[in-house]
Design a protein around this ligand. Structure first.
Ligand code: URA
Length: 235
């Protein structure tokens, strides 16, 4: 993972190819800066994104990237796949090849997919304690009714995982269309919930994760970096 934290002396001995013992005098000379400030000591925690300077020279470091992709139907939410086009195949050349997906979508689902090389950021998004909302538009084969609303709010028991799904909201938009809000991401969750009503999903599109909305200017298959205000609410 791109940003596991480590002690500054460990980081420096790896980056400079020196023994840990040789790092102590450097720290004592106060010539190390981390993210523009004097290093706090050998146990100062750094990661691959930290900008570490030794005697004014900046060591190589990674830059965090956060992308939104309009995932098309038929593209797999994986970084490698022998059969299908993957979401990584759609990313522009400037995207870090080490991006990972923050919340997958099924092969035949479309919409908002977030990719990053910052595992702390993606872990926050999927951390159950933050209950990050994910909003979907769904089209189903049979008419919807009020029973669906109550059942989604009540939750469903998923035998395979042995869990009860969290309360979810279903808002009926038309006879065959609904907006569904989840705060978790179980395997095929929406299809399985609607499966309890024997109502097949014809189309499923994610339109929002937390405060980040799918940019409708992005055609399916297009991606763009997240803007600063789209990142704020997670960091
Ligand atoms: N629920 C599903 O069934 N599929 C998705 O892609 C997302 C949520």
């Amino acid at each position: 993972m791109a940003n596991g934290r480590k002690r500054l002396d460990v980081y420096l001995s790896q980056a400079l190819g020196l023994k840990r013992k040789a790092i102590r005098p450097l720290l004592a000379r106060n010539v190390i800066r981390v993210d523009g400030l004097p290093a706090l000591g050998a146990d100062h925690q750094v990661d691959d994104f930290s900008v570490v300077q030794v005697d004014g020279e900046t060591l190589p470091h990674k830059t965090p990237q956060y992308w939104m992709l309009h995932k098309p139907v038929g593209v797999v939410s994986a970084t490698r796949d022998d059969l299908h086009t993957t979401v990584m195949d759609l990313m522009p050349a400037e995207a870090d090849p080490e991006l990972h997906i923050a919340g997958r979508l099924d092969l035949n689902s479309s919409g908002l997919l977030l990719l990053t090389n910052d595992s702390r950021w993606s872990s926050r998004l999927s951390d159950p304690q933050f209950e990050v909302k994910k909003i979907y538009r769904v089209t189903v084969a049979k008419p919807l009714n009020e029973d669906y609303i109550a059942a989604f709010a009540e939750g469903f028991y998923f035998t395979y995982e042995g869990i009860h799904t969290r309360p979810a909201s279903l808002r009926i938009l038309s006879e065959y269309e609904a907006e569904i809000t989840l705060t978790e991401g179980r395997y095929h969750q929406i299809k399985r919930m609607l499966g309890r009503f024997r109502n097949p999903v014809l189309a499923l599109k994610r339109i929002q994760i937390g405060a980040i909305m799918l940019d409708e200017k992005l055609a399916p298959g297009e991606a763009r970096p997240l803007a600063a205000d789209e990142l704020d609410w997670v960091n």
